[in-house]
Design a binder for this molecule. Sequence first.
Ligand code: GLA
Ligand code: ZN
Length: 683
Amino acid sequence: MINASKPKIWYGGDYNPDQWEKQVWDEDLRMFKLAGIDVATLNVFAWAKNQPDEDTYDFGWLDEMMDKLHADGIGVCLATSTAAHPAWMARKYPDVLQVDFNGNKRKFGGRHNSCPNSPTYRKYAVRMAEKLAERYKDHPALLIWHINNEYGGAGNCYCDNCEAAFREWLKERYGTLEAVNRAWNTGFWGHTFHDWEDIVLPSGRSEEWSGANGRTETNFQGISLDYMRFYSDSLLECYKLEHEAVKKYTPNIPVTTNLMGAFKKLDYHKWAKHMDVVSWDNYPRFDTPHSYTGMMHDLMRGLKDGQPFMLMEQTPSQQNWQPYNSLKRPGIMRLWSYQAVARGADTIMFFQLRRSIGACEKYHGAVIEHVGHEHTRVFRESAQLGAELGKLGDALLDSRVKAKVAIMFDWENWWAIEMSSGPTIALRYVDEAHKYYDALYRAGIAVDMVSVEADLSDYELVIAPVMYMVKPGVASKLEQYVAAGGSFITTFFSGIVNESDLVKVGGYPGELRKLLGIWAEEIDALLPSQRNRVVITDRNIGLKSEYECGMLCDLIHSEGAEVKAVYGDDFYAGMPALTVNKFGEGEAWYLATSPETAFLSDWLPKLCADRGIAPLLADVPEGVEVTLRVKDGVEYLFVLNHNEAAATIDLGKQGTELLSGRTMQGGSAELAGRDVWIVKLHN
Ligand code: GLA
Ligand code: ZN
């Protein structure tokens, strides 16, 4: 547990005193105290200030600030500042500058602007991390390391160093050029490579182009997929080098870097293995579904097997980088903060503590607004939350969310699905996963978002939406899980390819065919305006007689699976649309198309109920979210009312509501609009 050194939900955020005159520092500290702030993330973008030239390091301001914060009881989340290189470095060593997708060499500017394979960048980034660790290793304010910032936050690099590194990466992965040729199916379009030097990066100058719907299109999925793996690994390597550098001096200080939820470019399952604690930045739009934010929290919690995570950043009020930056309405910041805690966060932190006056983030909200004093709505709300978190103390720390349902999520599968040329550009992996998540969320059923490597033995139901890519060992693992009594659901366009995007011949869904007891002969893509119908043929499964479906329709044949529904229209009317195969003690479902959401919200809760998976609270009004965290046998029930209006909730059990201290008598009670209960249940 990271909070041991300061045993409460840490409260604070990014603080950039290096961008301010010293006169305001004491005023900041005065207000931090009023807001109950006890952690400050320092030094995120101060590389150029700390290292004015190649040989000079000057940490004067940081020394002073660390001491000041410590004197006020505030701990420090210390960033290594390597997410934006100094201008002098770019001028002197142009290899730190990236080459973009179209081959243009960048000049100095922006941030997340370094080539991850630049020897200069790596050398100086590691040196900076080392200097900081050496200097502050015994500083009592140091709580945690924050390496870099939002890795991958800008474009990719396509420079010669990256190209050479890609070839090395391939040698490591494949050993021989023959194996590369096989994996990429290079017989196609005359691509056979005879020399490692033949291989170039896939970019706008070679295999790729920007297509519709925000997609990157490619001629060669195998090459592009390996490039994405390589690029995620390149940035991860930078992280690991800095991680190692700080660990040398501070082996006991935890290390993190701030992730971004379903951020496509980085395979976070791989990254999390090298992080002591997961932290992430939560920036929903005002109209982002609450279930989507919930899914992101659960995805981040799942990266390290359900261990608590840090909410590293959120805005107290508004953002600046969306087209329309609405204010968080009164009560929303508090509510969404507790949503994070309800799903496993052990810190609540903001970007940022004081609003900047220049450049592109001056219209980004902060605890201390431009007016500079504490008499603002945002400050009052921040201070209220700070006081509440103080009161909660260590009660919730390190408590766990327990789910009986898992949704499998896989980055490489995501990449492969969305670089597929055909059958449709409409298929968005995260949206498809969210449809399943949302149906369970609405039913109040807890879900873990897990990797394909996860141990499934604790789950009653595992859902793998669009498991297009089946990685080695996954099919047999799923077979074992189902044979032992588990229930499994997968969908259309699954079991098609291996890790290299090569089709598994012999009938889709390839390696999953035996488990599912079906085979798919063809896949129809529907226009956005077209629909088919899922007509339920087994009236015992308790669904309405029919539902709409669209996007993709697999034309499947049963080879032993029971048919529960068929298509209603077109030349494949009457062919199976939903099947279930008994396999050992369990069963495996195949949903051959993308259904309307009503189908999932009717079907999934029913499946869960049949397996004894109940919602945490029965009959909860729409817009009320319920979760449970458990520690040492003590249960903490979170009830969050996302509605503006009050909601009547039947708690069922008695407990103590921790924010108000009042005893809840089990019966019906009214929860105000946008309000929260955290009920410690009496057992
Ligand atoms: C990101 C960054 C911060 C800041 C915020 C603004 O999360 O990490 O530095 O730019 O966005 O929303
Ligand atoms: Zn590069």
